[in-house]
Design a protein around this ligand. Structure first.
Ligand code: WTA
Length: 649
């Protein structure tokens, strides 16, 4: 990007109106009504969000909708008492949905479970009782490191029921990453499983937890779900089987009446420093936004079978597998394993067998399916689908069109939803019955969300000019802080453009006001929809004895979106050969997790730096991408470094 704005090159002329049949049955089925809601919400966002909150259950109503007297620290629904577990469960039982299926679960080996709302409620009450029996109190942090099994949702809802703050760590993270997250949050307990199934193999989660918690003084208890029956080591003092933890405990029937600002969860995410940040979400505001975005954007009706293919270890799973859909009383499909096990048509097999109506997945998955060919989806009956969604990274128009044609049979609208771990819920997305879509555009901000594209002075840029994507007013699902580091919260998100939230994306708006997200402009990569900081990978690399300096950049990849490219200088006596490259990749796998392993490692004598000593990442990005025209090099300190790096091409 240039200082002032970003060049935007993508042009896309196709557009798709909401299909008449879809719109006529939709919750929000025409543009005029939707625009009326949007302008009313823009004029008085607090009144809008309060009217949505009214649809949910509160033990005590708020005295004030928003307290923004100490920005950027927002308080929503001040003085109110509520419980999101009550809203996901008890409220649905009260509405007569007890017998409705809440979770349609399928394990990778093909085992299945169907759990009704009353069964889910009973399991959550029981497990909440077990947590209390272990001495857990409201405000305690609990780390969850689990496979995609119903007990993960049960554990989340049980934490929420008593007011324990959950911190879910994706099962692909290594023991070191898990340890750091547990220690940062000072978690009192870890909930895990013996293992989980992934591509026909057992991922031995308990072993990884054992490695992590020896260095976690705060952890008093580890609860272990029996899933794969693999052998595990056991610490009698510390470890309890999930089923044993339930014995003789009194189920917690009444959910705790929690302050609306009570911290519901912490979720660690990558930023521009080496250390992941614990994004803190609270209860009442998050609940309100997760509820209504699910309802309107996925147009959920009573008979929908809804499937979000994310892992609950990421924010998408929090908001759109568990909290949002369950608050709406939906029937949610949950799948444990990989999309290519036993065959590459596993997803389409699931869609067909369960009659999935709404499917929400990621561009990286869509591009993978494109590569696998049209025959696999074509061999299944996908006619139950009526709406498709995507999230996690910009979707290229080609993938969008393929998704529409091959998966959606040219009949299903696509909702391209832009949001972040920090925003808690969807911020920019079409509402499918009302908004005409364009391939590659997330279209319009949700009602009550004040998104804009601005220059570095915070001034809106003209149509089709690239700029920084910002949010100008607080929104209910916004992160409240970074755990234990309020200064970093201010610095990271609110300092670049004073008074506005900026979390790293570039964008443009077209002449219709549609948003086109151009991707991260900071040092955060998006690898297969997983956020990964270049600094995180760099600090892992320099932690290896052979490495003196490392610079990591993303390079375009057809399937993963971005691949990880590392430039490495070595200490004396080390040889930059294939063996060392393999060792470095393994080292990053151990430090962070397998998904962070660099795709390319290039050994070099020196890294290109500016006169002030900053690594020239733009240049490295060009080299990694194999681009011939290398960008502006006038600030390059040592041209010979560039020359020698390019010789390696
Ligand atoms: C990117 C995932 C383009 C973006 C919910 C953002 C997107 C980051 C989209 C957040 C989209 C997410 N179009 N880019 N529809 N959705 N992104 O925190 O760069 O894992 O900043 O949250 O993903 O990733 P995170």
């Amino acid at each position: 990007m240039t200082e002032k704005n970003i060049e935007s090159l993508l042009h896309e002329d196709r557009s798709f109106e909401p299909p008449v049949e879809f719109a006529s049955a939709a919750r929000l089925g025409n543009r005029e009504d939707y625009d009326a809601i949007r302008s009313k919400a823009a004029a008085d966002p607090e009144a809008f969000w309060a009217s949505i909150a009214e649809e949910l259950h509160w033990f005590r109503k708020w005295d004030q909708v928003l307290d923004w007297s100490n920005p950027p620290f927002a308080k929503w629904f001040v003085g109110a008492k509520t419980n999101i577990s009550h809203n996901c469960l008890d409220r649905n039982l009260d509405r007569g949905l007890g017998d409705k299926t809440a979770i349609l679960w399928e394990g990778e080996p093909g085992d299945r479970r169907e759990i009704s709302y009353s069964e889910l409620h009973a399991s959550v009450c029981e497990f909440a009782g077990a947590l209390l029996a272990k001495g857990i109190k409201a405000g305690d942090r609990i780390a969850l490191y689990m496979p995609m099994v119903p007990e993960l949702a049960i554990a989340m809802l049980a934490c929420a029921r008593i007011g324990a703050t959950h911190s879910i760590v994706f099962g692909g993270f290594s023991a070191d990453s898990l340890r750091d997250r547990i220690n940062d949050a000072e978690a009192a307990m870890v909930i895990t499983a013996d293992g989980g199934w992934r591509r026909g193999k057992v991922l031995a989660l308990k072993d990884i937890v054992d490695d992590a918690v020896v260095q976690c003084p705060s952890v008093k208890n580890v609860i272990v779900l029996k899933r794969c029956e693999n052998e595990v080591a056991w610490d009698e003092e510390r470890d309890t089987w999930w089923h044993d933890a339930l014995v003789g405990v009194a189920p917690l029937q009444a959910a705790a009446e929690l302050d609306a600002e009570h911290p519901l969860f912490i979720l660690y995410t990558s930023g521009t420093t080496g250390k992941p940040k614990g994004v803190v979400h609270s209860t009442g505001g998050y609940m309100t936004q997760a509820y209504i975005t699910t309802r309107w954007i996925f147009d959920l009706k009573d008979d929908d079978i809804y499937w979000c293919t994310a892992d609950i270890g990421w924010v998408t799973g929090h908001s759109y597998i568990v909290y949002g859909p369950l608050m709406n009383g939906a029937s949610v499909v949950m799948y444990e394993g990989a999309p290519d096990t036993p065959g590459k048509d596993r997803f389409w097999d699931i869609v067909e067998r369960y009659g999935v109506t709404v499917l929400y997945t990621a561009p990286t998955a869509i591009r993978t399916f494109m590569k696998w060919g049209d025959e696999l989806p074509a061999s299944h009956d996908l006619s139950s689908l009526r709406l498709l969604g995507t999230v996690g990274e910009p979707i290229n128009p080609e993938a969008w069109m393929w998704y529409r044609r091959v998966i959606g049979g040219d009949r299903c609208p696509i909702v391209d939803t832009w949001w972040q771990t920090e925003t808690g819920a969807i911020m920019i997305s079409p509402v499918p019955g009302a908004v005409t879509t364009k391939p590659g555009s997330a279209t319009l901000p949700f009602p009550g969300i004040d998104a804009e594209v601005v220059d570095s002075d915070g001034e809106p840029v003209a149509a089709n000019q690239g700029g920084l994507l910002v949010i100008r007013k607080p929104w209910p699902g916004m992160l409240r802080t970074i755990y234990g580091d309020p200064e970093r919260f201010k610095e990271q998100y609110w300092a670049r453009i004073p008074g506005m939230y900026f979390a790293g994306d570039g964008a443009r708006r077209d002449e219709d006001g549609y948003f086109w997200i151009m991707g991260r402009i900071d040092d955060v990569m998006n690898v297969s929809g997983h956020r990964l900081g270049t600094m995180e990978v760099e600090s892992a690399l320099v932690g290896h004895e052979a490495v003196t300096e490392a610079a990591v950049v993303g390079r375009p990849d057809d399937v993963k979106g971005e691949a990880v490219a590392a430039f490495v200088t070595l200490g004396p006596g080390y040889e930059g050969d294939d063996e060392l490259a393999a060792a470095l990749r393994a080292h990053v796998g151990k430090e962070i997790g397998a998904f962070a392993k660099p795709d390319d490692i290039r050994f070099t004598d020196a890294l290109p730096k500016t006169r002030s000593g900053k690594i020239m990442r733009r240049l490295l990005r060009d080299i990694a991408a194999g681009r011939d025209e290398v960008g502006d090099t006038t600030t390059l300190e040592d041209y010979s470094v560039l020359a020698s790096l390019r010789e390696d091409d």
